[in-house]
Design a protein around this ligand. Structure first.
Ligand code: ATP
Length: 375
């Protein structure tokens, strides 16, 4: 049983010239026992600092971190029952693989030597590195070093694993393999894991839940599907999903009993229910995911059909990424472009005039000034 909680945790670094950097700003997260939680966000958003505070490698400026209701703010890293895996692997170069794995157990447990060897061998077998136990890290490939680093964490049987971009030094193929293997291992061991990455695909495919950070603040925490389908704000909506959600600035106009969202290049009437849901904001952003836009060669016929020109098509194999432009006779207006994805078998050409259908059931709407999701 290991429930880890961050309560209003803040980290402020003070630079030599006295300048303060708020790296983590009032973050609260409840990490469930056995959960695989991914901390994700762009470079500099505070992921590593958050993880390092949980590990005890960084002091906490304010707030509380608890492990099973015990406050661990001042508990030294070695007494936290937490094992950390780093991007750089951080193996001891002068020790063999076996020694790297047994070292922590010798230092921090009362286990007998033969028990330690047994655990090291068991874990090495689990990680497929039993043949490498007598080698030094310098004699291993990057992928093998990564397995040793993971094995060294697993052999300690900690309450929590913390992993800081552990796969980012591996090539794409190995990274994909290790992702699946890590998930399998985590399920098998059922140990609470907090995993840091800046890669939203990795976060979305690996996490039971993802915690999305930006500028030191927690933007949303939830299952990958929940964050994808119900993003809390513009940041999350734009961060999650590839290619990114399209955003179009719109103004709300209520005219003769109907509500129309108005952009320079097109108008988008909305239902009464949706108009009521949006409240009073008039400055809005319409969000539509590329895969939710339907493209056809028919003429526009419905109120959510917009004529567009195909600018560029990028074939991706199973799908095509289509860059569409809405144009207007008024040349003073900037051309607005959006991205749609269509099945790889669909035949379109650049320069072609098409109809883009933006179904009301698929749109997201955000408050233009606060960025908060309204629908
Ligand atoms: P990356 O993905 O690039 O590793 P990150 O999300 O892990 O980024 P952090 O390393 O946690 O971000 O850094 C958060 C902020 O804190 C950044 O602005 C960073 O420059 C700053 N920071 C981190 N460590 C220190 C430090 N020791 N002293 C001063 N500022 C720091």
């Amino acid at each position: 049983m290991a429930q880890t909680k961050l309560n209003d945790v803040t980290k402020i670094f003070t630079e030599d010239d006295g300048n303060e950097i708020v790296a983590v700003d009032d973050v609260s997260i409840d990490i469930e026992d056995g959960e695989f939680l991914v901390l994700v966000g762009p470079s500099g958003c505070g992921k590593s600092t958050t993880l390092r505070m949980v590990a005890g490698l960084e002091t906490i400026s304010s707030g509380e971190i608890t492990l099973d209701d015990r406050v661990i703010n001042d508990t030294p890293a070695k007494d936290r029952d937490i094992a950390m895996v780093f991007q750089s692997y951080a193996l001891y170069p002068h020790m063999t693989v076996g020694e790297n794995m047994s070292f922590g157990l010798e230092e921090s447990t009362d286990l007998e030597d033969d028990e330690i060897s047994e655990r090291v061998e068991e874990t090495a077998t689990m990680m497929g590195i039993e043949e490498l136990l007598d080698r030094k890290p310098g004699e291993l490939s990057g992928g093998q070093q990564q397995r040793v680093a993971l094995g060294r964490a697993i052999v300690r049987d900690p309450a929590v694993f913390l992993m800081d971009e552990p796969l980012s030094n591996l090539d794409a193929k190995l990274r994909a393999e290790m992702r699946t293997e890590l998930q399998r291992l985590q399920e098998e061991l059922d140990t609470t894991t907090v995993y840091v990455t800046h890669d939203q695909t990795e976060a979305m495919t690996m996490g039971d839940r993802v915690a999305i950070l930006n500028d030191g603040t927690l933007q949303q925490i939830g299952t990958p599907l929940n964050c994808y389908h119900r993003p809390a704000n513009l940041f999350v909506a734009g961060f999650v999903g590839e290619p990114s959600m399209n955003f179009i600035d719109m103004e709300r106009h209520d005219e003769a009993g109907t509500t129309v969202l108005h952009a320079d290049l097109f108008e988008y009437p909305i239902s009464d229910e949706l108009a009521t849901e949006l409240g009073d904001s008039s400055d809005l952003v319409l969000g539509i995911r590329p895969e939710d836009i339907e493209i056809s060669t028919d003429s526009p016929s419905g109120e959510h059909d917009i004529e567009a020109t195909i600018d560029v098509i990028e074939p991706m194999g199973d799908e095509n990424i289509v860059y569409l432009q809405f144009e207007n006779d008024d040349t003073s207006l900037e051309r607005e472009s959006i991205i749609a994805t269509v099945g790889g078998m669909r035949q379109f050409e650049s320069g072609q005039t098409v109809t883009a259908h933006i179904p009301e059931g698929a749109i997201h709407i955000f408050d233009g000034s606060t960025g908060e999701a309204l629908h």
